[in-house]
Design a protein around this ligand. Structure first.
Ligand code: UDP
Length: 245
């Protein structure tokens, strides 16, 4: 089932169910788009109809963060749990090492995808990483990247260009690339490469991962202003719903 949050549809799936979907997509060999959606992007989609379209056309949309789960509860259609980009990526990689799925990493600053690949291969000796490319190549190198992805024929393409750039990019190339699973994972390569530290467990458990990121990366402040606006909009929606009952 899909939960409507300000016009964007989020799937009611647990991490386990999301992983089962990934396996199914790889078995069926169709090109599927997975989005891990956070509150900031839902808010942005309010003013960007094209973004809303891309989100609602995706095959699987999971709640990336406590804000989205909170909103679903407020709106009376609770999502079971957070399924964030980094967590989903790490779970998929673990499964890939066992099942032999081929992985391609595209995104982040030069050298980061390679470093992330090395770290992953150190952890999972059998992991098949068939290609990497940084997320800052000029547009005239894009055809070569697309050709490389097609030639390497991965089962899963992780795209780390930040949201929503990665969602637009995947949507644009989905059919042409024909990769079974393409998923945008934001800053995950930076975390796996050890360039950026993830919030300590205590922040994660208290659902304050956003606060930790804000302290570490104050440049995110402008973007994070979307969060209180998102909360306000949800409260308005809730009140509207209650009045119409
Ligand atoms: N990035 C990229 N190409 C670009 C812009 C950004 O590869 O043109 C990368 C950037 O290096 C970083 C990631 O995209 O690794 C964005 O991380 P951020 O944490 O800002 O993304 P979010 O998780 O908030 O979507």
């Amino acid at each position: 089932m899909r939960v409507d949050i300000l016009g964007t549809k989020v799937d009611q799936v647990t991490m386990q169910q999301a992983l089962e979907k990934v396996e199914e997509y790889i078995k069926n060999r169709e090109h599927r788009h997975i989005i891990t959606l956070n509150a900031e992007i839902i808010y942005r989609a309010q003013h960007e109809p094209k973004l809303k379209e891309v989100i609602n056309a995706a095959d699987l949309v999971t709640p990336d963060g406590a804000g989205v789960v909170w909103a679903s509860q407020k709106l009376g259609n609770p999502l079971p749990e957070r399924v964030t980009g980094i967590d989903l990526m790490l779970e998929i990689v673990k499964e890939a090492a066992v099942k032999g799925w081929k992985i391609y990493l595209y995104g982040a600053a030069p050298g980061v995808a390679e470093l992330a690949a090395e770290n992953l291969k150190q952890k999972y000796k059998n992991l098949k990483i068939v290609g990497t490319q940084n997320g800052f190549i000029p547009s005239n190198e894009m055809p070569a990247l697309l050709a490389d992805i097609k030639a390497k024929d991965p089962d899963i393409l992780f795209v780390a260009l930040g949201a929503p750039r990665q969602e637009y990019w995947i949507r644009e190339h989905l059919e042409e690339l024909n990769v079974p699973v393409s998923i945008g994972v934001g800053g995950s390569f930076d975390v796996i490469a050890g360039k950026v530290k993830r919030a300590p467990k205590i922040f994660q458990n208290m659902k304050l991962e956003w606060l930790y990121r804000l302290i570490k990366e104050p440049r995110r402040f402008g973007r994070m202003l979307a969060l209180p606006k998102f909360a306000l909009k949800i409260m308005q929606e809730t009140r509207k719903k209650q009045r119409s009952k």
